[in-house]
Design a protein. Sequence first.
Length: 386
Amino acid sequence: MIPLAVPNLSGNEGRYLQECIETNFVSTVGPFVDRFERMLADAAGGTAAVATSSGTAGLHAALLAVGVQRDDLVIIPDFTFIATANAVAHCGAVPWLLDVAADSWTLDPDQLAEELATNTERCGADLIHRPSRRRIGAVMPVFTLGLPARMDRIVETARRHGLPVVADAAAALGATMQGRAISDLGADLIVVSFNGNKTLTAGGGGGVIGGDEILCRKVRHISTVARVGAAYEHDSVGYNYRMTNLQAAVACAQLERLDELVSAKRRIAATYARAFAALPGVAPFPAPGWAESACWMPGLRFLDPTHLPEVLEVLQSAGIGCRPFWRSVHRQAPYKNAPAAAVPVADSLSEALLVLPCSTHLSEAEQDRVIATLRACLAAGSMAPS
C-alpha cells in the first residue's frame, strides 16, 4: 500500500519527546511550547505566534481576537474544508460564502470587492449586509492546498471597508507570495495547522501568527481560559486551547526541517504535473505566477467528475492511497442556508478533485507506480468531459 500522506518523523522528534518525559513537561506549559512559538513566528514571517490545540481552535481564537461577535457574518470562500466555516460558527457567527478564482481556487478578489460594494452599507462604525441585516465581522481567505490567496487585493478591499482579515493558512507554511512569507501579506492574523496529514505535523495542534504583539497577546489570553494572573480569576469567557509541550516538541523538530519537507512536496507535485500534463479530461492544480505554493496535496481535477469514482476504485484496488477532495461548504448540511453569492467555480470543483500520494519520503519508484497506474486507468476509458 502506498499511503496518501503520512508524517515524516526522521528528525529530532524522538529525542525531544524523551526530553519532555525526563523533565515531566508534558502538559501545556513547557520549554518546547515557548520554543515552538518563536520558531513558528520566524518561519511564517511574523512578530509573534501563539500555540493552539488545533488549527480550528486557532481560527476560533483569532476571529474572537479581531472582534467577531455573535450573529455577525464572516466572509469565507465556499471551496474550503468545513473547519473554516465551523470556526465561524463557534463564534456564534454565520459564514457568508463567496466564490473562488479559477486561477488559484482561493477567495475571488473581484467578487469580494463587488459584493461589498453592492450588498453592504455603513451603519455607524459597522458594515451591514443589506439582505440579512447582519454586521460583517471579518474576511477570512483560505490558502487552498498551501497556495496563498491574492492577499494584496483582498486586504486592500477589506481595509477600504474597515474589516479585519484572518487568513486560514492551515497547510501553507513555507509558501510565499512575491517573495514574502505568509504572515507578511497584510492579514491581521494567520492560522496554521499541525494536524496529522499536514506537511509539518505534531499529530495535532496549530498556531496563530501575527505582526501585532498586542493582538497576539489577546489570542493567547482567549486560548488560556482568559485567566488573569496566578490566581483562579478570569475576566471573560476563555477556552482551553493551548498546545501541549509534547506536541510542541514534535512541532519544533518538524520546523527544523521546514525547507526540506516543503521542497519534497514541491518536487512531488512538479513530477505529477509533468506526468499528467497532456492527458485528456483532467487538469492540473493551480500554479499562478504570483505565488509559490507549499504544495500540500498534489493531484488532478477531473473535467467530468462522473469519472472520478471509477478511477478512485481502480487506484485503491491497486493499493494506492488517494481520495476525493473537499465538498463545497454550501453543500454541507450545517451551512445549506448560509448567505452565498454565485459560486460557479467552487461548484465545478466540488467532488471533482483527486489527491494523490505525497508523503515527503515518497520514493521515486512509488511515485512512478502511482503515475503508471493512473495513466493506464485514464487511457482505458474516455476521460473527455461529456
